[in-house]
Design a protein around this ligand. Structure first.
Ligand SMILES: [Zn+2]
Length: 320
């Protein structure tokens, strides 16, 4: 594995497969930016690799070569089609039909669904029969960033594999190896902004504006919370990138929620004025998540952001 913190999990999945303890529908879930897709790809390659003695996909057999070229005839994938928001039913039906065919390379077939929570209701229903009565030698690999949005009928039939953030040491060592020229403080800041998810942190560090934009948002939210003035046009400016802005807003509010739930102590620099009720933060966070979902809709992002910011600044006790 290219991502060291997933090694142990990959190995465990491999031995479960070898000893026939791997459920036919593993559901790999966890926050974004941890490498879930990489782990799922590894598992698919491990299932399909023709060298079944190896502890990792051999990378050289016909199956591995076809996977590398994305032309494996026994791998059936379902994802969100371009210009759609969901995985529609016909995509899942095609996948289920494919899994009924005789495998042409080895003796196994795999269905891949990512992001699984994007299946609409009909698509999820169409999958149920395959989940209930899998053909022998068939696996369904599901990847979900939000498993709570999956219907319970689907979730209960899957073997849940949860991916967790690595320790800060492991994450920092990996980030330093990817970006040997970056300062440790930058790496640590990106890792914190990414909620400990190293792959997401790397994306932020590679995007020149990503981290700076996020920090600008954090600063403005703090100024407002301390009743200090910020540029009136800020909502308009953020509305130019609504999905990214709401994402950062949700991120920082979530981080402050964690702090507000801990025992009150002296306020650290860059913290909110106290006391602030965790339930107020939870509500603001929820609204930010909703804002992000509406980012693609025709609702004017600047109005929505402006309304949120007003409520935000009204949520804090006046400072004496
Ligand atoms: Zn192979």
């Amino acid at each position: 594995m290219r991502l060291p913190w997933l090694n142990a999990q990959a190995e465990a999945l491999g031995s479960a497969l070898d000893s026939e303890r791997l459920g036919h529908a593993p559901l790999i879930h966890g926050p974004s930016g941890l490498g879930k897709i990489e782990l799922a790809r590894w598992l698919v390659a491990r299932i399909l690799c023709l060298d079944q003695e190896g502890r990792a996909p051999c990378g050289a057999c016909r199956s591995c070569t076809l996977l590398e070229a994305a032309t494996h005839p026994d791998l059936f994938t379902a994802g969100i089609p371009e210009e759609k928001q969901q995985i529609p039913v016909d995509v899942v039906r095609d996948l289920c039909r494919g899994l009924q065919l005789t495998p042409s390379v080895g003796r196994r077939r795999v269905g891949w669904i990512e992001p699984a929570e994007a299946m609409n209701r009909n698509a999820a229903n169409a999958l149920l029969k395959t989940l209930e009565e899998p053909a022998p030698g068939t696996w369904l690999v599901l990847v979900s960033h939000h498993p709570e949005r999956l219907p319970a009928t689907i979730r209960s039939r899957c073997q849940k594999i949860s991916v967790h953030p690595p320790s800060a040491e492991v994450a920092m060592a990996w980030l330093s190896a990817q970006l040997p020229d970056s300062a440790q403080e930058q790496l640590a800041l990106a890792l914190a902004a990414a909620g400990g998810a190293p792959v997401r942190a790397l994306e932020l560090l590679r995007d020149d504006d990503g981290l700076a934009f996020g920090l600008e948002i954090r600063q403005a939210l703090l100024e407002l919370a301390h009743a200090r003035p910020v540029a009136a046009a800020i909502a308009e400016e953020w509305a130019a990138h609504p999905a990214r802005s709401w994402g950062w807003i949700a991120h920082w509010v979530h981080q402050w929620m964690g702090q507000a739930m801990k025992a009150p102590g002296p306020a650290a620099p860059g913290s909110l004025p106290m006391p602030v009720k965790p339930e107020v933060l939870a509500r603001m966070w929820q609204q930010a998540l909703e804002g992000r979902q509406l980012a693609e809709s025709p609702i004017r992002a600047d109005l929505l952001l402006g309304k949120w910011l007003l409520e935000w600044s009204a949520s804090f006790p006046a400072e004496r």
